[in-house]
Write a protein that binds this ligand. Structure first.
Ligand SMILES: [Zn+2]
Length: 77
């Protein structure tokens, strides 16, 4: 079933991240992409990150492909 109104495209965000991977890093706890300046992951509070550009790009592609799934704001309990 097609959605008439798409919220801010995850694929668009992923493309933006992939084009500037040095501004981001990947959480090793939950695979979230966070800003390079973050000290803790906002999702899982991990402090371990992988800042390698290839990892950021790879993860951005994965997130971009998961357009229909909500991957954030679910584990805030
Ligand atoms: Zn995390």
């Amino acid at each position: 079933m097609p959605t008439p109104q798409t919220p801010p495209s995850r694929a668009e965000t992923a493309a933006k991240i992939a084009s500037n991977p040095s501004a981001y890093k990947v959480c090793e706890g939950c695979d979230s992409i966070v800003g390079a300046g973050a000290a803790l992951c906002p999702n899982c509070h991990s402090f371990r990150f992988d800042a390698a550009a290839e990892q950021v790009i790879r993860q951005a592609r994965i997130l971009g492909a998961r357009e229909q799934t909500s991957v954030t704001a679910e584990d805030l309990g």
